[in-house]
Design a protein around this ligand. Structure first.
Ligand code: TRP
Length: 463
């Protein structure tokens, strides 16, 4: 049998997995959740969630992958639990759903990079026109998918790992450069204060639920992406410490993204933070105006840097998303990697077309579905986002439940001891035993139910 491929060392694995984690979620969403959720108070809460809820799930996924050296579906069969492969199937489905729309947004980021190079700052005030220009969005979406597919087709060490080893250090340098630069601007500190000033009164249940979901998505959990990457990790390596590094890497970049963004915004508004837009609006609408205010030369440099950075962050994530179905096709159907890449990326690109059309171009996909009890319709991309949300929470809940109670904790612990001989009997082991067996499945299960109710039925029990 041809070799499946493997990461060449621990660093390669950590960079690839951190690349999967660091993505649009970190730069696009995290800073605004922090600001809206009570600044430093939110950051502390988020850190706790990452380590108490997400880190145990990450350890579990990596261990299942490495034990079996199989894809997200094959891993369950390989351990001897054929029925549980539905969990892997859910993961493949989630991967296809997420990548289909994630690639579209990544294409926007790349398109903005091209516009910035040309000094077209007006693109910000014309965001609505840009996303409904199906020719452009289609072209950038195709380019982004082609680059992703090319990297994945080169295999684990020659493609995924190599790309991460180039893109991740570049991303760190770019983001730090942008932070330093934005700190030199007038009113920078007003922005930082606005971002971080702790306000515990903002911490209600809705914010807490939002923090949990954001942490889970940001760490790429719940769909077997890390089962897949774990299957390429050597038995020599310490899974627990690798997962800790990946988690810190992801949280660190998300936190720093806010330090870059808020000074820019505050500079642009002259220190008046009363009218700040969040999310997509800020990145794609406000920031181009900020870059324009830096003057033609600096504006082009800083602006294209920023959108290139965003594209790089997205690219290592799209790569990990595509690898999940590709490794499934390669392992389970014996399809050659190149062919598997072509077939899956075409399927996913096609699945993404409604998301491209649903931002103004097509009335049907822009008003795709009206949820029970909702007054206005939801567009296709948002609908897919909601679907992804619940698939990940359900998947995550089932993965930890499976590991602790079906495969059994002692087998999981045996795998974690490989590369970490002192694991058995350590404090970390006791902590992980408890969280993986009880805490994580319960919290994720409850969250799954609450999110289904609030996303699709307008029943919000937490607010
Ligand atoms: N974590 C990425 C982000 O924050 C998105 C992502 C990549 C992802 N791969 C994933 C999410 C796998 C869930 C599962 O942008």
């Amino acid at each position: 049998m041809a070799s499946r491929g493997a990461f060449s060392n621990k660093l390669g694995f950590i960079l690839a997995a951190a690349g999967s984690a660091v993505g649009l979620g970190n730069i696009w969403k995290f800073p605004f959740e922090v600001e809206a959720g009570g600044g430093a108070a939110f950051v502390m809460l988020y850190l706790v969630f990452c380590f108490v809820l997400c880190f145990p799930v990450m350890v579990t996924e990596i261990a299942i992958g490495r034990k079996t050296e199989k894809n997200a579906v094959g891993a369950f069969t390989d351990l001897g639990f054929k029925k549980w492969k539905v969990v892997g199937m859910l993961g493949i489905l989630a991967g296809v759903v997420i990548l289909s729309f994630y690639n579209v947004v990544a294409g926007w980021a790349f398109g903005y990079f091209i516009e910035m190079i040309q000094g077209n700052f007006d693109i910000g005030s014309n965001f609505g026109g840009f996303v409904s220009d199906i020719g452009k969005v289609g072209l950038y979406g195709i380019i982004f998918m082609l680059v992703t597919a090319y990297i994945v087709s080169r295999g684990v060490s020659g493609g995924i790992e190599r790309a991460a080893k180039i893109l991740m250090p570049t991303l760190i340098i770019m983001i730090l450069g942008l932070v330093l630069y934005s700190f030199t601007l007038p009113n920078a500190m007003t922005g930082v204060k606005y971002y971080l000033v702790p306000d515990f009164s903002e911490l209600n249940l809705r914010v807490i639920g939002g923090a949990l979901r954001q942490a889970f998505f940001s760490l790429s959990l719940g769909m077997g992406a890390l089962i897949t990457y774990g299957s390429y990790l050597s038995k020599k390596e310490n899974i627990v410490s690798s997962a800790a590094y990946i988690t810190m890497f992801d949280v660190g970049i998300a936190f720093i993204a806010g330090l870059m963004m808020f000074p820019l915004v505050s500079y642009n508004s002259g220190g008046d933070m009363s009218n700040i837009q969040g999310g997509a609006g800020l990145i794609f609408v406000t920031l181009p105006q900020v870059f324009q205010s830096l003057g033609p030369v600096l504006g082009i440099v800083v602006g294209s840097f920023f959108f290139l950075l965003l594209s790089f962050a997205a690219l290592t994530s799209t790569v990990s998303l595509l690898e999940v179905p590709v490794s499934y096709a390669v392992d389970e159907y014996g399809i050659k990697r190149n062919r598997a890449v072509i077939v899956t990326s075409i399927i996913i690109f096609v699945a993404g077309i409604p998301s491209m059309l649903g931002n103004g171009y097509s009335a049907f996909f822009s008003n795709f579905i009206t949820y029970i009890g909702a007054e206005s319709p939801t567009d296709f991309m948002t609908f897919f986002g909601h679907l992804a949300d619940i698939l990940l929470l359900l998947g995550g809940c089932l993965i930890v439940f499976f590991a602790a109670h079906i495969w059994k904790t002692k087998n999981l612990n045996a795998e974690l001891s490989e590369g970490y001989p002192a694991y058995e009997g350590s404090f970390v082991q006791k902590f992980l035993d408890f969280t993986i067996s009880y805490f994580c499945p319960v919290v994720l299960g409850v969250l799954f139910v609450l999110v289904v109710l609030s996303n699709f039925f307008g029943i919000s029990l937490i607010n």
